[in-house]
Design a protein around this ligand. Structure first.
Ligand code: SF4
Ligand code: MG
Length: 332
């Protein structure tokens, strides 16, 4: 869970109740080695916040992060370094995350030295080989602006691999890239996952690419997780009305490309404000199937039953939901 305080202005500043943005609430997920987990949602759904929490870039409001069952409490720089050796984050915009005044050689050397893994030129060549930038001599002395977007993102990935991590958190790693080269970068990540037995979190607003690339798909809406399961099931037989909307508004399921506007025009709704999120199910103001209970109670995770591990947080499913319960609840 992550809540950000909001600085109140004007008359609101007089209120005694401090406002918070409910960016992430009760999100729970597991990453496993050799598996890609996709976290899908619109912008503003909290998925980047989840990545930053998992990278321990800022403290969480509640909850825990465990590796092999052991709680990881990062308080100081040394603990952060030890954690970052195991869990690395790749950003959406490789241009912004690489320093324009430094060469590829500088970026990679520095990353290797931080993690005590620098063993001369050979280790640089090896890293670039891992991200298929060969021969290394062609790239080592280049500056970020001398590389294409795809090459820059590969350098960012190489820099993350310098730590020899167990998990890679990739926050929209291809959404800033040309459509024509997205597939190449995703295939590289899939290849690295297999060869290095990495756990990969793939964050995207493009549910079609999750089906193609991820073993497991989790869907977030307005700071909460609403559905999860194996990617084939979630993308082909979505249970949650929001996932339905995402799947049916994805522009071209056969190609790996980003939907800039994942929700189609018929749905005039907007993602809600997370300062004052809707009560109960946060999707209820936009949901075509909303019932009374949806406004009152937060739906819990329920197994859907059509495939193992396919779960949904929606009152349409499970024993407690359904019309009867709704009527009874409203009647009280
Ligand atoms: Fe729609 Fe209710 Fe399910 Fe939320 S809980 S998705 S409002 S039916
Ligand atoms: Mg984001």
């Amino acid at each position: 869970t992550k809540h950000f305080p909001v600085r109140a202005r004007g008359r609101a500043a007089l209120s005694r109740v401090p406002k918070v943005v409910h960016a992430v609430d009760d999100v729970s997920l597991s990453l496993r080695k050799g598996r890609v987990t996709a976290l899908v949602g619109e912008s503003g759904s909290g998925k980047s916040t989840v990545a930053r929490l998992l990278a321990q870039l800022y403290p969480r409001t509640g909850g825990d992060i465990r590796i092999d069952g052991v709680s990881t409490a990062v308080k100081g720089g040394r603990q952060f370094k030890a954690y970052a050796r195991r869990v690395q984050l790749i950003f959406q915009d490789p241009f912004a995350s690489l320093n324009p005044v430094h060469t590829v050689r500088h970026h990679l050397t520095r990353a290797l030295k931080i993690h005590g893994r620098y063993e001369g030129e050979q280790s640089l060549t090896e890293l670039l080989g891992r991200v298929q930038l060969t021969p290394a001599s062609l790239y080592l002395d280049k500056y970020p602006h001398e590389l294409s977007g795809g090459q820059r993102q590969r350098v960012s990935i190489a820099r993350a691999l310098a730590a020899d991590p167990e998990a890679l958190l990739a926050d929209e790693p291809v959404s800033m890239l040309d459509v024509s080269i997205r597939l190449g970068v995703l295939n590289l990540l899939a290849d690295l996952k297999n060869r290095l037995n990495l756990a990969v979190l793939y964050i995207t607003h493009d549910i079609a690419s999750a089906r193609y690339f991820a073993d497991e798909t989790l869907v977030m809406y307005a700071g909460r997780m609403v559905e999860g399961g194996d990617s084939e099931t979630v993308t082909q037989r979505p249970a949650h009305p929001y996932t339905h909307l995402l799947v049916h508004s994805a522009p071209d399921p056969e190609r790996v490309r980003g939907a800039t506007e994942p929700i189609d025009e018929e749905d005039s709704g907007e993602p809600p404000s997370l300062i004052d999120p809707p009560s109960g199910c946060r999707f209820h103001p936009r949901c075509p199937k909303a019932m009374e209970v949806c406004r009152v109670r937060v739906p819990e995770r329920t197994l859907v039953g059509d495939a193992p591990d396919h779960w949904v947080a929606c009152w349409l499913f499970g024993d407690e939901g359904g019309e009867n319960e709704t009527t009874a609840l409203v009647g009280k």
